[in-house]
Design a protein around this ligand. Structure first.
Ligand code: CTP
Ligand SMILES: C[C@](O)(CO)[C@H](O)COP(=O)(O)O
Length: 237
């Protein structure tokens, strides 16, 4: 696959739901931090031009990581919400060469390169955006607002969990996100991933079925599961 792409890693969150004593992207996972596992998934791929990591204003830990010195790594300042962090990275990338970008959560360290290549193949072959996703397995319920009573059962036909990476044209995503950020930098709360902005801008986005191991470390119990998946990934080689 000759087409190359850049990578944006939003890594400026504080990990409230993790209830840890540090931002979850810096929690230890086997022999490295969560963030190092995530970035290393891309760093040795010849198709990757550059990895742009959006880090928080007072983040002093990133610079201590060995990979911070890697020639493919560039950092930008993150923003108030995930979409602001991604937008700041795109602001840097849109003036560079290259037209494709994959945005991948720092908190998803169990990503496998086969899924990256499947996503790239779908997007580059069909010249449209795409996201990794997994089909919903459970029956999905929607509750009444401010109540634990069930309002309705959602039709789970064609229902997917959106994952990352999410792959698209740099300029298209920059434009789509700029339409969802107010003049004082407030992002439309409906924009919780890149695809939601692209959808609102009218760009087609494809689903690419990916591994369910590509979990987002969000709550305390996720770390143990991530460790299991990372071990199984290492034992594959
Ligand atoms: N202002 C923000 C908020 C989140 N993120 C990143 O976006 C990814 C997914 O966000 P989430 O899982 O919500 O992380 P946090 O916002 O840190 O978690 P929480 O909502 O529990 O605080 C994470 O890698 C996080 O570092 C970011 O770059 N900038
Ligand atoms: C981008 C994402 O991981 C796709 O599922 C998700 O929307 C991030 O949500 P978060 O609340 O910022 O973790």
């Amino acid at each position: 696959m000759a087409q190359t792409f850049s990578v944006v890693i939003p890594a400026s969150g504080i990990g409230k739901r993790m209830q840890a004593n540090m931002a979850k992207q810096y929690l230890p996972l086997m022999n490295k931090t969560v963030l190092e596992h995530t970035i290393h998934c891309f760093l040795d791929m010849p198709q990757v031009d550059e990895v742009v990591v959006a880090i928080a204003e007072h983040d002093e830990q990133f610079a201590t990581l060995e990979l911070a010195k890697h020639p493919k790594i560039h950092t930008v300042l993150g923003g108030k919400e995930r979409a602001n962090s991604v937008f700041n990275a795109l602001d840097y990338l849109r003036n560079k060469n290259g037209s494709w970008v994959m945005v991948h959560d720092a908190a998803r360290p169990c990503l496998e390169q086969k899924d990256i290549l499947n996503l790239a193949r779908e997007c580059f072959t069909n010249n449209h955006a795409g996201i990794l996703a997994t089909q919903v397995r459970d029956t999905m319920k929607r509750t009444i607002s401010n109540s634990n009573l069930i309002n309705k059962t959602e039709d789970r036909e064609n229902l997917w969990h959106a994952l990352t990476p999410q792959c698209c044209d740099v300029k298209q995503l920059h434009k789509a996100l700029s339409e969802q950020i107010s003049s004082d930098g407030v992002i439309n709360p409906a924009i919780t991933d890149e695809a939601s902005a692209l959808e609102l801008a009218g760009f087609p986005v494809a689903i690419v079925a990916g591994s369910g191991k590509n979990i987002k470390i969000t709550q305390p119990e996720d770390l143990e599961l991530a460790e299991y998946y990372i071990k199984s990934k290492i034992n594959e080689f």
